[in-house]
Ligand binder design. Structure first.
Ligand code: NAD
Ligand code: LMR
Ligand code: MG
Length: 630
C-alpha cells in the first residue's frame, strides 16, 4: 500500500482543536533509575525503600551538576570523559541529561563527533557490560506504570544487536528489547564517520545519535533504540582481534543484506507500528533508501539529514556571498552518500530559486578518488550518474587542484574522508577567485576534516564563509573573534525524527527533509545574523529543534502522510507550544515522578529544590537553554 493511501485510510474529518491541552498527550514512559538520585527527598526514599541506599544529603540539582562537572574535568582524555558520561547515562539518565542541557556545547564533542569516532575504534576494548539498574528495582511492586501495570523489566541496555545468523528469527530477538520504542537509529557499522568499516564497534554511533535525539529534541530516552547489525565486517584487523565482539565473517553480500533488511524492517514495524527508523553510516545506503522510503517511516541521515543541514547553512552562505544561485559553481570532493545527498538537496534549492533542473545540476562538479566524475571517464556507480559531467571535452581532471583551476568554483565542499585535502594552495586560490569563498570541510571526525578552521581563515585571509562537520574552536583574526559554523546533521535529524513521531507520519517525504533545512536556515537570531553566522548557536539546539520539528510536521501535512490529524488545524504558535510540551525535560520529568510517588504515599506535594533549573531547560518546560554567553 502506498504511503499516501495509508494516510488517507486513517483520515477522519479533522477536529478544529483550539487548545493544545486537548491534543494527544505523551504516554509517559517509565522513568529510569531516578530512585538512587541524591535529589530525592527523605520521605520518598523511605516510601520507595531506598532510604539508606544513597548518602544522607538531599541535594539540589545544582549541587549534583557541580560534582559531575568536577568529575568530568578530572578525566584527562576525551575517551575517559566519554566513558564517565556513558556510565552516568546508564546509571542516572535524568542527571546525565540535566548535565548535558546546560553544557551542550562542551559535552556534545565528548558524546558525539569527534570523540565517538575514537570510542567506536576502541569499542571492543572499552566495552564493559550491558548497563543495568540495580537488582532491587526489579522486585519492587509499588511502581505503577500506565494503567496500573507493574513493570518488571527495568534494565537499560546500551543497544540491541541483530546478527546475520539470527535471520529468520529477527522478530523474536526484537521481542527481547524491554521497552516501547518511538525511534531507532540503525547501522551495520560499515562506514563509521570517515573511519571505515568498524563492524559491531559501530554501535557507538546509534548510541550517540540517540543521546542527541533526547538532548536536542526531547525524545524520551526510554523510547529510543540503538540498533547495530552484525552483518560481518570487511575490517580484517577487527576480525583477527581476539577482543572483537562481532562475528568474524566477511561482510555479507548486497543481496544477503537486502533480504536481512527486509526482514528487519518488517519485524520492527510489526512490534512498534509507528516506529521511525533512521539509517546511519552504511557504506552503500542508496538501495535501502530507495526500497523503503515510501513504505516505512524511515530516512537516511547521511544522504538526507546531511543534505538538509547543508541546505540550511548554504541558504545563509549564498545570501552573504552575494553571488546569485545561477552563478554559483560548486566543487564537491567526495561523491558518496553524503556528497550526492548534499548536491541533490542544493539542486532543489537552486530550482526553487528559478533555475531549471538542468541548469541547477550543472552548478555541481563532483570529484571522487578517481578525479572529476564525468560520463566519458568509464563506468560509474549508479548514484554518481545524475551529476556526471558531459562538458569536459574528453579531458579527465584527476586532482582537486586541477578541478579547481578548471571550474573556478565559488564553493568547495568536502565529504571525502580525506583529512587535509583542502591544501593551503587550494584555499589561497579560492580566496583569489572569490570575494567570499564558501569553504565547507564536512568530513568527520576532526582528523578527517578536509581543513581546519584555522587553516581556512589563515589561507583565505579571513574571507571564507566556513562550516565544518566536526567542531573547531573560535579564533582571533585581525582583532576580531571568529566562530566557525558546524555543518553537522545534528541540527536537523532530531527535528526530522520528532516531527515524524508527533505527526505520526507513515513515511518521511522529501518535502519533510527539505523543510527541515529551510526551517534551520530561518532559526538564527538577529544577533547571530549580524555576526554572519551560518548556523545558530548549538547551545540553542532545543529551540532550533522546535522550529525544525514544526517545519517537518507542516510538510508532512502538506504531503498528506501525517496521521495525527488534530495537528492540522492548530496555529503555528499552538503547534510550537505543543511540540515543547511533548519534549522530555530531565528537570521536570524527575520532579513529576517524585510528585507522583508523594501522591501515592499520601505525602504533601512538592518540597523539591527548584533553584537549579536555570542550568538547562526552562522551569516552564520551555526547553529554553540558558548559556553563559552567546
Ligand atoms: N557533516 C555532516 O553532518 C556529515 C554527514 C554525513 C557524512 N559526513 C562525512 O562525510 C564523509 C563521507 O561520508 P559518505 O557517507 O559520503 O562516505 P562514502 O564512503 O559514501 O563516500 C566517500 C567519498 O569520498 C571519495 N574519496 C575517497 N578518497 C578520496 C580521495 N583521495 N580523493 C577524492 N575523493 C575521495 C570516495 O570516492 C567517495 O565518493 C565522512 O567522513 C562522513 O563522516 C559528514
Ligand atoms: O555523525 C556525524 O557527526 C555526522 C554524520 O552522520 C557522519 O556520518 O559523519
Ligand atoms: Mg553518519
Amino acid at each position: 500500500m502506498s504511503s499516501t493511501s495509508r494516510a488517507a485510510s486513517s483520515a477522519a474529518p479533522a477536529a478544529n482543536i483550539k487548545h493544545t491541552h486537548h491534543l494527544p498527550q505523551r504516554h509517559n514512559p517509565l522513568p529510569s533509575p531516578w530512585e538512587y538520585d541524591t535529589s530525592n527527598s527523605t520521605e520518598v526514599r523511605k516510601y520507595t525503600k531506598t532510604y539508606g541506599l544513597t548518602p544522607p544529603a538531599v541535594e539540589t540539582f545544582e549541587k549534583q551538576l557541580q560534582r559531575c562537572l568536577a568529575q568530568l574535568a578530572a578525566r584527562k582524555t576525551p575517551i575517559e570523559k566519554y566513558q564517565y558520561l556513558s556510565v552516568l547515562r546508564n546509571t542516572n539518565v535524568h542527571l546525565f541529561y540535566r548535565l548535558l542541557a546546560g553544557n551542550v556545547k562542551d559535552i556534545c564533542p565528548l558524546i558525539y563527533t569527534p570523540t565517538v569516532g575514537e570510542a567506536c575504534q576502541r569499542w571492543s576494548e572499552i566495552y564493559t557490560q550491558p548497563e543495568e539498574v540495580k537488582e532491587p528495582a526489579l522486585q519492587r511492586a509499588w511502581w505503577p506504570f500506565g494503567c496500573g501495570e507493574v513493570v518488571e523489566k527495568r534494565l537499560t541496555f546500551s543497544g540491541l544487536y541483530l546478527s546475520f545468523e539470527d535471520r529468520g528469527h529477527l522478530h523474536q530477538v526484537i521481542q527481547n528489547w524491554p521497552h516501547d520504542v518511538e525511534i531507532t537509529v540503525v547501522t551495520d557499522g560499515s562506514r563509521i564517520l570517515g573511519l571505515g568499516d568498524l563492524g559491531v564497534n559501530g554501535m557507538g554511533i546509534p548510541v550517540g545519535k540517540l543521546s542527541l535525539y533526547t538532548a536536542c529534541a526531547g525524545i524520551h530516552p526510554m523510547r529510543t533504540l540503538p540498533l547495530c547489525l552484525d552483518l560481518g565486517t570487511s575490517n580484517k584487523e577487527f576480525r583477527e582481534d581476539p577482543l572483537y565482539l562481532g562475528s568474524r565473517r566477511d561482510k555479507v553480500t548486497a543481496e544477503e543484506e537486502k533480504e536481512f533488511l527486509d526482514e528487519m524492517m518488517a519485524a520492527l514495524t510489526e512490534r512498534w507500528p509507528s516506529i521511525v527508523i533512521q539509517y546511519e553510516d552504511f557504506k552503500n545506503p542508496f538501495p535501502s533508501l530507495e526500497r523503503y522510503q515510501n513504505t516505512y517511516a524511515m530516512f537516511n541521515d547521511d544522504i538526507q539529514g546531511t543534505g538538509a543541514v547543508i541546505l540550511g547553512g548554504f541558504i545563509n552562505a549564498v545570501k552573504q556571498s552575494g553571488v546569485a544561485p545561477k552563478d554559483q559553481r560548486a566543487v564537491f570532493l567526495g561523491a558518496g552518500s553524503a556528497g550526492v545527498g548534499v548536491a541533490k538537496q542544493l539542486t532543489e534549492f537552486f530550482m526553487n530559486e528559478g533555475l531549471s533542473e538542468e541548469e541547477a545540476k550543472k552548478r555541481f562538479w563532483l570529484v571522487d578518488s578517481q578525479g572529476l566524475v564525468a560520463h566519458d571517464r568509464g563506468k560509474l556507480a549508479d548514484h554518481k550518474l545524475y551529476f556526471a559531467r558531459d562538458d569536459n571535452n574528453g579531458q579527465q581532471y584527476k586532482s582537486l587542484e586541477e578541478v579547481v583551476e578548471y571550474v573556478k568554483p565559488t564553493i568547495l565542499m568536502g565529504l571525502s574522508t580525506i583529512g587535509g585535502a583542502f591544501t593551503p594552495k587550494i584555499l589561497q586560490r579560492m580566496a583569489e577567485m572569490n570575494e567570499r569563498p564558501v569553504i565547507f570541510p564536512l568530513s568527520n571526525p576532526s582528523s578527517k576534516s578536509e581543513c581546519t578552521f584555522e587553516e581556512a581563515i589563515k589561507h583565505t585571509n579571513g574571507k571564507c564563509l566556513f562550516a565544518s562537520g566536526s567542531p573547531f574552536p573560535s579564533l582571533m583574526h585581525e582583532g576580531k573573534e571568529l566562530t566557525p559554523g558546524q555543518g553537522n546533521n545534528v541540527y536537523v535529524f532530531p527535528g526530522i525524527g520528532l516531527g515524524a513521531i508527533l505527526s505520526k507520519s507513515v513515511s518521511v517525504t522529501q518535502g519533510m527533509i527539505y523543510a527541515s533545512g529551510a526551517a534551520l536556515s530561518k532559526s538564527l537570531l538577529p544577533e547571530e545574523r549580524e555576526e554572519n553566522w551560518l548556523y545558530p548557536d548549538i547551545r540553542r539546539i532545543r529551540d532550533v529543534s522546535v522550529v525544525v520539528t514544526k517545519g517537518v510536521i507542516r510538510a508532512a501535512q502538506k504531503d498528506g502522510v501525517d496521521r495525527e490529524l488534530a495537528l492540522r488545524n492548530v496555529s503555528d504558535e499552538e503547534l510550537e507550544e505543543y511540540i515543547r510540551r511533548r519534549m522530555y525535560d530531565p528537570f521536570t520529568e524527575h520532579e513529576a515522578v517524585e510528585e507522583e510517588i508523594r501522591g501515592l504515599a499520601g505525602l504533601a506535594i512538592s518540597g523539591k529544590p527548584k533553584e537549579a533549573q536555570g542550568n538547562g531547560v526552562g522551569p516552564d518546560g520551555s526547553g529554553q537553554l540558558v548559556g553563559k554567553e552567546r
